[in-house]
Design a protein around this ligand. Structure first.
Ligand SMILES: [Zn+2]
Ligand SMILES: [Zn+2]
Length: 83
C-alpha cells in the first residue's frame, strides 16, 4: 500500500479533516493510507477554531449522561433501605 509523507489531521470524533499534503498543494495517497507524518488533532494544528468540532461537542454530553445514570441506580437501594 502506498504511504503518504504528510500528516493526517483528525477531528475530535475521529473524522479525518484533511491531509497536510493537500494543503501544500501535493497529492495525498488517500486518507485510509498510512501517513508517515502521523496523526494530529485538529485543535493542535488550528487551535480551537475548528468549526466542525465547535458544532459537534457531542462526546462530553454523552459521557455526562451515562455518569448520571450510573450514580442514580447506585443510590436507589440506599433510598429504599429500612431505617
Ligand atoms: Zn475539528
Ligand atoms: Zn496524505
Amino acid at each position: 500500500m502506498r504511504s503518504c509523507p504528510g500528516q493526517l489531521v483528525v477531528h475530535r470524533d475521529g473524522t479525518v479533516a484533511y491531509c497536510t499534503e493537500e494543503i501544500a498543494g501535493r497529492r495525498c495517497a488517500g486518507e485510509d493510507h498510512p501517513h508517515r507524518g502521523g496523526f494530529f488533532a485538529c485543535r493542535v494544528v488550528d487551535g480551537d477554531n475548528c468549526s466542525y468540532c465547535a458544532a459537534a461537542p457531542v462526546d462530553l454530553e454523552v459521557l455526562t449522561t451515562e455518569a448520571v445514570t450510573v450514580v442514580t441506580s447506585t443510590l436507589a437501594p440506599v433510598t429504599t433501605a429500612p431505617g
